[in-house]
Design a protein around this ligand. Structure first.
Ligand SMILES: NC(=O)c1ccc[n+]([C@@H]2O[C@H](COP(=O)([O-])OP(=O)(O)OC[C@H]3O[C@@H](n4cnc5c(N)ncnc54)[C@H](OP(=O)(O)O)[C@@H]3O)[C@@H](O)[C@H]2O)c1
Length: 303
């Protein structure tokens, strides 16, 4: 049996679907039975509870051959790093108590760096915690910037006709689609062929800049000529707070963007046949276009 945490999320849901399709027994963990219902209908056992609840998580992990773990986002956290530490300690203790021997951990590019990377520093701390578990085989996945992050531009495109963030428009990023992270994670969870504490960088098929992403997305949504604007850090911070993110998380996201701009995050991982993944930005843009069209239709019907 394999336990998937964050099972209703972008990566976890797709891992669950892959493994169910391979006939594996899956326990899917999330906070809402309703949100887990599709996976349960597909054959997973649903288990409802909070990752911060170590006793619950120990029960969820018990009897598992392997677990997939992540530190989820929490947009409203007043102290985001403290939130990450609380969840990370709970996950680590639950693994210890339940005796699980194989762990696939969703980290990030930059997971090797201790500080100066915003929320990614919390993922580094979690890698270290899991590396301290004796006798447990841990595979840390370090994917690059998710293509799905581009969806955060939908309101901006609809209201101001641009894409934008604190990341500079001409910085090359190895953007990756979450479907490719999930299929890789599912493969390794199925095979359980890793030993000790190991790391796998995961990159998209090629590096692209935000300026290029805007061109591709603009074409896909029928707005050729869509441009990207790099916002000054203070403006980006105000925008995130206005959108409902806590000031602390907004500050951390700006710190991460500045690390991207300095090329700090992108310096470690090398593109090889093993670290490259398949989905191109042009392919992802078709998915983006579908979601954008739905948002436009919903906006029009609400108006
Ligand atoms: N975005 C990027 O570019 C990027 C790049 C590299 C790494 N990462 C890392 O990827 C991770 C996020 O993965 P994702 O995008 O797949 O996540 P996601 O789509 O945001 O989903 C989060 C999942 O966690 C669950 N969850 C949230 N809080 C929970 C709690 N307190 N207890 C139990 N379950 C909880 C949610 O389920 P319910 O709400 O249904 O409970 C959901 O299934 C983060 O650690 C992030 O740092 C992101």
């Amino acid at each position: 049996m394999i336990v998937i945490t964050g099972a209703t999320g972008k990566v976890g849901s797709k891992i669950t679907e892959h493994l169910l399709a391979r006939g594996r027994t899956i326990r899917a963990v999330g906070r809402s039975a309703q949100r887990l219902a599709n996976l349960v209908a597909g054959g997973a056992e649903g288990m409802v509870g909070d990752l911060a609840d170590t006793a619950f998580l120990g029960r969820a992990f018990s009897g598992a051959d392997a677990v997939f773990v992540l530190l989820p986002p929490n947009m409203g956290a007043a102290d985001f790093r403290a939130f990450q530490d609380r969840i990370g300690e709970s996950i680590t203790e639950a693994i210890r108590r339940s005796g699980v021997r194989y762990v696939v951990n969703l980290s990030s590019q930059g997971g090797d760096l201790e500080s100066g990377t915003g929320p990614i520093a919390g993922l580094h701390a979690q890698e270290e915690r899991l590396n301290g578990l004796p006798g447990v085989h841990v595979l840390h996945l370090r994917p690059t910037y998710f293509m799905e992050n581009l969806l955060m531009n939908i309101d901006l495109i609809r209201k101001m006709g641009i894409m934008g963030s604190a990341v500079k428009g001409d910085v090359p990023l190895a953007m990756i689609a979450t479907r490719d992270i999930a299929s890789y994670a599912a493969e390794r969870l199925d095979r359980l062929d890793f030993t000790g504490k190991t790391v796998r960088d995961l990159l998209g098929p090629r590096d692209i800049t935000m300026n290029e992403a805007a061109t591709v997305i603009g074409k896909a949504i029928g707005r050729p000529g869509l441009t990207y604007a790099a916002f000054p850090p203070d403006d980006a911070l105000k925008g995130m707070v206005a959108a409902g993110l806590s000031p602390d998380l907004s500050r951390l996201y700006v710190e991460m963007s500045e690390a991207i701009n300095r090329g700090v995050l992108t310096s470690g991982a090398k593109r090889t046949r093993e670290t490259s993944t398949a989905t191109t930005i042009e392919e992802y843009a078709r998915e983006f276009a579908g979601i954008f069209t739905e948002a436009e239709a919903a906006g029009k019907s609400a108006a």
